[in-house]
Ligand binder design. Structure first.
Ligand code: PLP
Length: 478
């Protein structure tokens, strides 16, 4: 009670504010039922009787907490049994759950990036259920390496001598720098001092790894000679960062990876390429731009290459490092490797995804197939969504839109796609309603209209989307 009064005093409306007198609110707060009372309340009994006691208590606490917040915000509705029902529904809904991606951004970082292939999901389930030989060599009956299942596949798919996998590509970059150049200089072009997103900035990562950043060239032009002049006995690495999330156009020049590796060889300095996206095969499709593959970077002589597992590769979140055996040995024995290690579910999903590439089936990787869809296919799918919307009494139009690769890959690519466009009074409110449905649907606004891009929606998803739109539209009526 004391707490409530204290909160109220802080919260009391300014002089002359036309709200309820604080005494009324105070009384309502004082009269909030206790958990004990609610557990004995006859009207709640049938609802709570079959639940585990702890869950019932958790729901009642949540309900009372919410009503308290409601009263403090000036809404005078007292505690009702319906509040318990709503709290029970909240507890039954996981915080992390599937959503439908109608944004047209394939590798949407906020929506979990790459959807996994069924083969990868099955493999995760198989090892997650019980024990596995994660770090156990079945031939020798002794401790093995958790990276062993991946090394052979990665060597084959990239042409590199050795490989290791860590938590994500940001971690991979940190680890490579720390293991190969801590206390030494790293030479990077001024045109490649990028921020990846989420505040991951190359200069900051260099500082964290204990390496000293040596900037060369200018924002728009950097030549081989700039690197050559900056090399010294203190140089630990030449670093090349793929400009994955922005483009440099106009009066530009950059030293190619091949030029840098030739320079590195002649001066005995290893070259590290942060590739970001990590395409294993050339990806060709409408609207897609050219993305260098990992194999090309290795062929160009890169000593170490790092790339993401859940961008163009289409696997689980991971950071893959491939390259020269002696350098990988130093990386594997660095203490950060242990801190950044991947779990069994990641190894399982990545192995299964890499197998699809090994078997020449990149189209079985959802991230790949979603990116290369033909406009006719998308147009026909948008027509089907339109029909479903019409069947629900919703007026909409099919419009052509530009989708994106996402995940900070191919920043200039505009993927020709189709969407259903809805004219609604308040687009923001409508999108919020779509997010609040049983299966949240994530759309976007273009030219003041709600657009639902069908690129990342399956045939089964279309029916769910149509239903959600119909429900959201009803919610908008007074
Ligand atoms: C995306 C990206 C990263 C970070 O990869 P995560 O797997 O998201 O940690 C690092 N470098 C480049 C060039 C990138 O594009």
């Amino acid at each position: 009670m004391v707490t409530c009064r204290a909160v109220l005093r802080l919260d009391s409306p300014p002089m002359g504010a036309a709200s309820k007198p604080p005494e009324g609110k105070n009384a309502l707060l004082r009269n909030l039922p206790s958990i004990e009372q609610l557990l004995r309340r006859p009207s709640l009994e049938p609802r709570l009787a079959n639940l585990p006691h702890a869950r019932a208590v958790a729901a009642l606490r949540l309900a009372v907490e919410r009503v308290r917040a409601r009263l403090l915000s000036g809404d005078a509705r007292p505690f009702e049994d319906a509040d318990v029902e709503a709290a029970l529904a909240s507890l039954a809904t996981p915080n992390l759950r599937p959503v439908l991606n109608a944004t047209g951004v394939v590798l949407h970082t906020n929506l979990g990036r790459a959807p996994l292939a069924p083969e990868a999901v099955e493999r995760v389930v198989a090892v997650a259920r019980g024990y596995s030989n994660l770090e156990y060599d079945l031939d020798e009956g002794e401790r093995g390496s958790r990276y062993a299942p991946l090394v052979g596949l990665l060597r084959m798919l990239t042409g590199a001598e050795d490989a290791i996998v860590v938590n994500n590509c940001a971690g991979a970059v940190l680890l490579v720098l720390a293991a190969l150049a801590s206390g030494r200089e790293c030479v990077v072009s001024r045109g490649e001092l990028v921020e990846i997103g989420g505040g991951f900035r190359i200069p900051d990562v260099m500082r964290q790894s204990g390496t000293k950043l040596v900037e060369v060239g200018t924002t728009n032009r950097t030549r081989r000679a700039d690197y050559a002049n900056a090399l010294s006995p203190d140089t630990g690495l030449i670093v090349k960062v793929h400009r994955s999330n922005f483009a440099l156009v106009g009066f530009t020049e950059e030293a190619s990876l091949a030029e840098l590796t030739e320079l590195g060889r002649s001066r005995n300095v290893p070259v590290f390429q942060d590739l970001g996206s990590g395409a294993l095969v050339p990806l060709v499709g409408p609207g897609l731009t050219l993305e260098p593959t990992v194999g090309q970077a290795i062929s160009a002589g890169a000593d170490v290459v790092a790339f993401s597992g859940d961008k163009l590769l289409g696997g689980p979140q991971a950071g893959v490092i491939v390259g020269r055996k002696d350098l990988l040995q130093r990386i594997k024995s660095h203490p950060l490797t242990r801190a950044l290690r991947v779990d069994k579910m990641t190894v399982a999903a990545l192995e299964a995804t890499l197998e699809l590439y090994r078997d020449g089936r990149p189209e079985a990787v959802p991230a790949q197939s979603l990116l290369v869809q033909q406009p006719e296919v998308l147009s026909a799918r948008a027509d089907r969504l339109l029909d479903l919307l019409k069947a629900h009494g919703v007026t909409a139009w099919v419009v052509s839109v530009d989708g994106q690769v996402g995940g900070g890959a191919m920043p200039l690519a505009r993927l020709p796609s189709y969407a259903c466009s809805l004219t609604v009074g308040a687009p923001e409110v409508f999108l919020e309603r779509l997010r609040g449905g049983e299966v949240p649907v994530i759309g976007r606004i273009a030219d003041g209209e709600v657009v639902l891009d069908v690129r990342c929606l399956s045939e089964e998803d279309l029916g769910v989307v149509a239903q959600s739109v119909a429900a959201a539209r009803l919610g908008s009526q007074p």
